[in-house]
Design a protein around this ligand. Structure first.
Ligand SMILES: NC(=O)c1ccc[n+]([C@@H]2O[C@H](COP(=O)([O-])OP(=O)(O)OC[C@H]3O[C@@H](n4cnc5c(N)ncnc54)[C@H](OP(=O)(O)O)[C@@H]3O)[C@@H](O)[C@H]2O)c1
Length: 325
């Protein structure tokens, strides 16, 4: 029997030139708990600030203690509800992900919003995570797959949990390299990034399907920020010509891209807009810039076959199985 699933959500998007959706439109989040990965910089920091300003209890899931402490001060200054906290988390290390999840499990607090935001982009040389995965596939996709699965008990405790996974325009050029998803044979920094961002969309679709099949109210959605001025081009150690090229890219991003606050709007919209259909994809109205709306995606992201295959591969590589009851 065919599942009646919102693979291609049918809820209509606001018209292109509809009233602008801004952080003022975020409903009150008092009493809700939100975990934001990569909350010490760029879009994650702006997301954490906005959610805390609307009353949510925000956990800043960050890998660097010092950067996290500075971000915590900023988010605390914006907070109107429960004081935000830091949750130590390195997505490039399954042991760290398990520690973070165990920490929250002990508390037993429901998690209403999980924003899978952290990411690295186009690392110049092939790097591996602590578990030997390609650093981009490992951090951007596998780390978030494992984190979401390990946090599932707390997500299921919330009445209507929402999992937002941050993809990219780069997903349009994405293909899953099934023969070598960890890029052990030939490494291409941009193909590896695009693969990880397509994986974010396939993950969202499959998570939504599985939530629905389990009779859960959890909603999985995705978002992308267009082109936004953040530290994303800074994520790898570069030397010589590569360093100069990265610096130019960073400067271009800062001059062409919209602000990080505006770039964070699609993921905030995805995290807080009431009634958003499962597997919705939110992005700027003009793809690279603009106010948020529901947006288009690489057609490959609708492949149920690839989504299921990626899920099975992710479960095998990370050892994380999702338990829906
Ligand atoms: N900016 C854009 O134009 C753009 C476009 C498309 C998609 N995106 C996506 O937006 C998301 C946020 O990126 P951003 O633009 O805000 O860049 P950013 O300023 O570089 O922020 C990335 C965040 O991810 C964190 N991170 C990286 N590796 C991590 C790991 N192993 N464990 C935990 N945290 C880790 C970083 O921590 P550290 O500070 O410790 O490195 C940082 O907090 C990413 O998923 C990116 O792919 C951005």
């Amino acid at each position: 029997m065919t599942e009646a699933l919102p693979d291609r959500p049918t809820v209509t998007s606001p018209p292109l030139l509809a009233r602008r959706w801004t952080i003022d439109d975020i409903p009150d989040q008092t009493g809700r708990t939100a975990v934001v990965t990569g909350a010490n910089s760029g879009l994650g920091l702006r997301t954490a600030e906005a959610l805390a300003a609307k009353g949510a209890h925000v956990l800043l899931a960050c890998r660097n203690e010092l950067k996290a402490a500075t971000a915590l001060e900023q988010v605390s200054a914006a907070a109107t509800g429960t004081e935000p906290e830091v949750l130590p988390l390195d997505l490039a290390d399954l042991a760290s992900i398990r520690r973070a999840a165990d920490h929250l499990d002990v508390r037993g607090t429901p998690i209403d919003i999980l924003v899978n935001n952290a990411g690295v982009m186009a690392l110049p040389r092939h790097q591996r995570t602590a578990d030997g995965f390609d650093a981009q596939f490992g951090t951007n996709h596998l780390g978030h797959y494992a984190l979401t699965g390990l946090l599932l008990p707390q997500l299921l405790r919330a009445p209507e949990a929402r999992v937002v996974t941050v993809s990219s325009i780069a997903a349009w050029g994405g293909l899953i390299n099934w023969l070598d998803p960890n890029w052990r044979v030939v490494y291409s920094r941009w193909l590896a990034y695009s693969q990880s961002k397509l994986a974010n969309l396939l993950f969202t679709a499959e998570l939504q399907r599985r939530a629905r099949a389990a009779g859960s109210t959890l909603t999985a959605v995705a978002a992308h920020p267009g082109l936004s001025a953040t530290n994303l081009y800074d994520s790898g150690p570069e030397k010589g010509v590569a360093a100069a090229f990265a610096a130019i890219q960073q400067r271009m991003l800062f001059s062409l891209g919209q602000s990080d606050a505006k770039g964070a709007l699609p993921q905030l919209y995805a995290a807080t807009m009431p009634g958003l259909a499962g597997n919705s994809y939110c992005g700027p109205a003009f793809e690279a810039f603009g106010y948020p709306r529901r947006t288009l995606r690489n057609p490959l992201a609708y492949s149920r076959f690839q989504a299921r295959k990626l899920w099975e591969l992710s479960a095998e590589l990370t050892g994380v199985d999702y338990r829906w009851a």
